[in-house]
Ligand binder design. Structure first.
Ligand code: SF4
Length: 277
């Protein structure tokens, strides 16, 4: 069987950096608390919990003086402040691209712009961005959310890091019809887009694609959707143990793609298992 691994695939810069910081903290302190799951990959979270990671649902559940880890897509300003007051040590794994989006939102707000954030209003990253805005703001998921009859003052626009540049461009081209001044920051990180492009390049060359990533991972879901939209047969699993032999059999060439929160060990494990089939 011919195996093709997408490139790039798997851990993005921000999640790789965050896992490294968390592992270092676990080695140094033994027990580390995280507000919510540090990454959207259950097998990797289980591994980290075996090393001493503990998950809590809110900042007030962190014991006084504990070591706290901040996940790659960050927490809100209020949560960060509370964690800072309670914790003995804060290990900040917030991805620099996410920090950049927050800083841009804060500066636009400080300059008096009405801030428009392109993104998913329920996503923690967007909630975190909003927490740095003091003036008026709104979150939109596409140009369709822009009210046709509303005229705005000065508009400042930025994006959740995982949106597409085409989506941001269409929003901006619509907003200039509603304001005399539109200031735009492109705060998109290309990691998600690059992983979708790599699966698209691979899809015509293989008989099927195994997509490896958490079922709670939005970017992994986008990879599955990208593969299926190109007519590829996609099998979405979190761990090689879930490999369906019936799906594999009869395929001469299989592609492997992984979400941005899927660590190398899971990809290597899957590759070895497929080689043995
Ligand atoms: S997808 Fe981009 S912004 Fe998000 S954690 Fe990864 S590198 Fe950072």
């Amino acid at each position: 069987m011919n195996l093709v691994v997408a490139s790039p695939t798997g851990l993005c810069f921000g999640v790789r950096r965050a896992i490294g910081q968390l592992e270092d903290a676990l080695t140094r302190y033994g027990v580390v608390y995280s507000l919510g799951s540090p990454i959207h990959n259950p097998p990797e979270v289980r591994r980290l919990m075996g090393l001493g990671l503990k998950l809590v649902d809110c900042a007030s559940d962190v014991p006084e003086g504990a070591v706290v880890f901040i996940r790659a897509h960050g927490v809100s300003k209020a949560e960060y402040d509370e964690l800072g007051r309670r914790a003995g040590v804060v290990v900040d794994g917030t991805c620099p691209f996410v920090t950049n989006a927050r800083e841009k939102a804060e500066s636009l707000s400080g300059e008096g712009y009405f801030v428009v954030v392109l993104g998913d209003s329920n996503h923690p990253e967007v909630r975190g961005i909003l927490s740095y805005i003091e003036g008026e703001s709104m979150v939109i998921s596409s140009e369709d959310d822009i009210d046709a009859d509303t005229r705005y003052g000065r508009l400042g626009v930025l994006s959740q890091t995982t949106q597409t540049e085409a989506g941001l461009a269409s929003v901006v081209s619509r907003l200039i019809l509603h304001s005399g001044e539109v200031k735009v920051y492109n705060t998109i990180c290309r990691a998600t887009i690059e992983r979708q492009e790599s699966i698209a390049r691979m899809s015509a060359k293989v008989d099927g694609i195994v997509v490896l990533g958490g079922k709670n991972s939005a970017n992994t879901r986008k990879l599955v959707e990208a593969a299926e939209s190109l007519g590829a047969s996609a099998l979405w699993i979190e761990h090689s143990d879930e490999l369906d032999r019936g799906w594999v059999m009869g395929k001469e060439s299989i592609g492997i793609a992984a979400g941005g929160s899927t660590p190398d060990w899971l990809i290597n494990d899957l590759t070895e298992k497929l080689k043995r089939l």
